[in-house]
Design a protein around this ligand. Structure first.
Ligand SMILES: Cc1cc2nc3c(=O)[nH]c(=O)nc-3n(C[C@H](O)[C@H](O)[C@H](O)COP(=O)(O)OP(=O)(O)OC[C@H]3O[C@@H](n4cnc5c(N)ncnc54)[C@H](O)[C@@H]3O)c2cc1C
Length: 316
């Protein structure tokens, strides 16, 4: 079927573009063209689009700010979906500290809207350059804050059930992981968080502290996608990579950051193959050196929109 000619007919409010380079949609600035990119602007369009893609067996991938994604050099044979302004609104439940945020909203915009309302608690999000949907999907966290700890309700699409709202407690969130991810057939549409009354000055000062810490400890001069590996219990992935002697190691255009060894930076024209080869080397070396199998935090997608982990290293 020529689905390119059909897709626009399913949508009322959303924008459709074809052959969009994934490198423009990811913070690592890597990835070939997606056949199609849809910026979805309403729940109605999202429902119609996902139901149609699933019934036709057309692969799709949810992308927030692409700040935790490695996209394939060959691109995506299917549809990349982003949630647009229509799904990025902020609403306070009257007389309460509950705030409902659209999943397309950027984290920093959420924190600043809450500050205007005199509500705080989630300032750690200013340091995480993704969307609310990505923060729920990845259970993003930093500075002792974690998204699941604030989440009260989540509104989401689920394959076969449409869009509904559930209490957050119904989902088993874990460290940098949740069952609410596009690749698992669930798309976060909005999230309601329990915030705390806080003065704008206090909120601003917490934001500044977190941002200053980031400037000091993380690479900002080259494109990256945050931590490559989850920290193993009781240790730090960056420390283990450094101990294996690979801080600053370069492979093609990709390099282990000289500032933070759990970051890979795109020094110059890196491609996904460079990054994957470097990841394999890091995992193998850390396993040989420390006996620890590092688990990926970064999401690695393939050309059919599936997400995979490179194979676990084997001890020699
Ligand atoms: C400089 C830098 C610093 C970072 N620091 C941190 C940090 O301190 N802590 C931390 O936790 N992370 C950090 N990250 C990683 C990243 O920002 C987070 O994982 C973020 O939550 C990803 O959000 P996103 O919108 O960019 O999602 P994407 O990277 O676009 O997607 C990530 C995953 O979520 C899925 N997804 C996205 N939106 C939805 C949705 N609406 N519904 C269902 N699934 C969806 C995607 O399909 C994919 O599987 C950092 C990244 C960078 C570049």
């Amino acid at each position: 079927m020529n689905w390119r000619g059909e897709i626009g007919k399913r949508l009322r409010d959303s924008q459709v573009r074809f052959d969009v380079p994934l490198r423009e949609l990811t913070t690592l600035r890597i990835g070939g063209p997606a056949d199609c990119l849809v910026d979805v602007e309403s729940e109605g369009d999202l429902l119609a689009l996902l139901a149609w893609l699933e019934s036709e067996g057309i692969p799709f991938v949810l992308i927030g700010k692409g700040s935790n994604l490695l996209a394939p050099d060959a691109g995506l044979r299917g549809v990349a979906i982003r949630l647009g302004r229509g799904l990025s609104t902020v609403q306070r439940r009257a007389g309460t500290a509950f705030v409902l945020a659209g999943a397309g909203l950027a984290n920093a915009a959420y924190v600043s809207r809450c500050r205007e309302l005199g509500l705080g608690g989630m300032e750690y999000l200013v340091a995480i350059p993704g969307t609310i949907g990505g923060a729920v999907a990845m259970n993003a966290g930093a500075h002792d804050g974690e998204t699941a700890a604030f989440l009260e309700h989540v509104r989401f699409y689920e394959r076969g059930s449409g869009i509904r709202t559930c209490a957050a407690g119904e989902f088993p969130f874990a460290y940098r992981s949740s069952p609410l991810r596009g690749q698992l057939g669930r798309v976060v549409v909005a999230a309601e968080f329990r915030m705390r009354e806080m003065s704008p000055e206090t909120i601003r000062s917490r934001e500044a502290d977190f941002q200053e810490y980031r400037r000091r400890t993380q690479p900002r001069e080259f494109p990256n996608c945050g931590s490559i590996f989850k920290n193993p219990p009781g240790d730090f992935a960056g420390r283990l990579v450094e101990q294996a002697g690979l801080k600053g190691h370069r492979l093609g255009g990709a390099q282990v950051s000289e500032k933070h060894a759990n970051f890979i930076v795109n020094r110059e024209g890196a491609n996904a193959a460079d990054v994957l080869e470097l990841i394999d080397l890091l995992r193998e070396s850390v396993y040989q050196e420390a006996g620890v199998g590092l688990e990926l935090e970064m999401q690695v997608m393939d050309t059919e929109g599936r997400f995979a982990s490179p194979a676990q290293p084997e001890r020699r």
